[in-house]
Design a protein around this ligand. Structure first.
Ligand code: FNR
Length: 383
C-alpha cells in the first residue's frame, strides 16, 4: 500500500512482514521461549487506563522532550536493534535519515549492519544527535577502544546493555537459517516456507551458530562480558569516557535503585523486547512499580522505558509514570524494511499525531503536565 495510507505502527509491521525475508521476519519478531514477556510487554500497557482531565485549554500542546539535555520533537527514541540490513539494503542509514528528518534521537546498536562511522555519515547534519548502545567486550581494552571510537565519531551517550550477557532462547530465530534470497523466493513460490530450506552462502559465524544451536543472537553476542558489576564496570566506564552513561536492561525496582546509586545518568527499563529472560516483568509494570515505590530515583537520573510501546497512548502512559522518553525497537526496523527512510519518518509522524491527540484528550499541554494521577492500573484484562 502507498505510504500515506498507512495508519498505525502495527499496520506498518504487518506490511513489512510481507516483504522481508523469512529469516528477517524470524530474527526481528522472535522472543524468548514461549514469548510470554513479548506479549505481556504490550498487555502491560493495556492494563493502564487514564483519568482524563477536561476543561483545560489545549489548543496548542507541546510534545517535545529532552534526553540527557538533547531535544526531541516527540518523547520517542529509536532503541538500537541489530541488523537493519536484513530488512532493507540501506539498513540503519534509513533509520538515521528518517530520525534526522523528523527530529527524534537514535540509539545505534553495537551490532548494527553498518559501521558506527557509516551511520554517523548518514546523518542529515553534524548536529544530529546519535547515542551508542554498547555490548561490553570481555576484554576491557577492546571495549575501551570501541567507546573511544564512537566518542571520536561524535556519539553523545553510551547505553550499556546489561540484560544480554548470554542469548535468550529464541527458538524461531534459531530454527531459521540464513538462506539465499533466490532459494527462499523459490521455496516461497512452492508454498513451503514452514521448514528451513537449504543453507545458502551464509556468513561463517552464522554457520557456526547453527551448529551451536544458538541462532543469530547467540552468534552476535558471544563476546559479551558476563562478569560486569556495579562496583567494577560503572567506574571503569566512567574512566574511559566523558559521555553520559545510561544502563539499558533494568528489569526490577531494586536494580533501578542500585543504578541510581552508582551515579549513572540514566536508566532504560527494558527486557530487550522479551528476547532475553522469559517471564521478566513487562517493562511498563516495572516503571509503574518504580514510580510507586521509589519516586526518588526519578530525581537522581533520567528514566526511560522500552518494550511493547506501539501507540501514542502507550507513550503518554509511560510519561505519566515519570519516563522522559519511550524507546521503540521493532517498529523502526519494520518501518525501514517496508519503506526505507520514508517509512521511518512516517512512523514518527503517526506517533506524533497520536501523542498530540492523547495529550489534548487527557488534558496536558506539555509533557510536564503528564502526572502519575492520570493513570490507573486495572487488574482485569481488556478484551
Ligand atoms: C533488539 N534489541 C537490542 N538491544 C541491544 O541493546 N542491542 C542490540 O543489538 C539489540 N538488537 C535487537 C534486535 C532486534 C531484532 C530486536 C527486536 C531488538 C532490543 C531493543 O533495543 C529494544 O530493547 C527492544 O526492541 C524494545 O522492544 P520493542 O519496541 O521491539 O517491543
Amino acid at each position: 500500500p502507498s505510504l500515506n495510507r498507512v495508519m498505525s505502527i502495527l499496520e506498518m509491521e504487518d506490511i513489512a512482514r510481507k516483504v522481508i525475508s523469512y529469516k528477517a521476519h524470524m530474527y526481528y519478531s522472535s522472543a524468548a521461549d514461549d514469548e510470554t514477556t513479548l506479549v505481556e510487554n504490550m498487555r502491560g500497557f493495556q492494563r493502564l487506563f487514564f483519568h482524563a482531565r477536561v476543561m483545560r485549554p489545549v489548543s496548542t500542546v507541546d510534545p517535545t522532550t529532552t534526553m540527557l539535555g538533547f531535544k526531541s520533537t516527540i518523547p520517542v527514541f529509536v532503541s538500537g536493534a541489530a541488523l537493519a540490513k536484513l530488512g532493507h539494503p540501506l539498513g540503519e542509514a534509513n533509520i538515521t535519515r528518517g530520525a534526522g528528518k523528523t527530529g527524534i534521537l537514535q540509539m545505534v546498536s553495537s551490532n548494527a549492519s553498518l559501521s558506527a562511522e557509516q551511520i554517523a555519515q548518514a546523518r542529515l547534519s553534524p548536529d544530529q544527535v546519535l547515542f551508542f548502545q554498547l555490548y561490553k567486550n570481555k576484554d576491557d581494552a577492546v571495549a575501551e577502544e570501541r567507546v573511544k571510537e564512537v566518542e571520536r565519531l561524535g556519539y553523545k551517550a553510551i547505553f550499556l546493555t546489561v540484560d544480554a550477557i548470554t542469548p535468550g532462547n529464541r527458538e524461531r530465530d534459531i530454527r531459521a537459517p540464513f538462506v539465499l534470497e533466490a532459494e527462499e523466493a523459490e521455496a516461497e513460490a512452492k508454498g513451503g516456507v514452514e521448514k528451513p530450506r537449504t543453507v545458502g552462502q551464509v556468513q561463517k559465524q552464522e554457520e557456526e551458530s547453527q551448529v551451536n544451536n544458538e541462532g543469530t543472537a547467540g552468534a552476535l553476542i558471544r563476546f559479551v562480558d558476563q562478569d560486569m558489576s556495579w562496583e567494577k564496570t560503572i567506574p571503569w566506564l566512567r574512566r574511559v569516557t566523558k559521555l553520559p552513561i545510561v544502563i539499558k536492561g533494568i528489569q526490577c525496582v531494586q536494580d533501578a535503585v542500585l543504578a541510581a546509586e552508582a551515579g549513572v545518568d540514566g536508566i532504560l527499563i527494558s527486557n530487550h523486547g522479551g528476547r532475553q529472560l522469559e517471564y521478566s516483568l513487562p517493562s511498563i509494570d516495572v516503571l509503574y512499580r518504580l514510580r510507586k515505590e521509589r519516586p526518588d530515583v526519578f530525581d537522581k537520573c533520567e528514566v526511560y522505558v522500552d518494550g511493547g510501546a506501539r501507540r501514542g497512548t502507550d507513550v503518554i502512559k509511560a510519561l505519566c509514570l515519570g519516563a522522559k522518553a519511550v524507546g521503540m525497537g521493532r517498529p523502526f526496523l519494520y518501518a525501514q524494511s517496508a519503506y526505507g527512510e520514508d517509512g521511518v519518518a512516517k512512523a514518527v509522524q503517526i506517533l506524533q499525531r497520536e501523542i498530540v491527540t492523547a495529550m489534548k484528550l487527557v488534558g496536558a499541554r506539555s509533557v510536564k503536565e503528564l502526572v502519575p494521577e492520570m493513570v490507573e492500573q486495572v487488574s482485569w484484562q481488556p478484551y
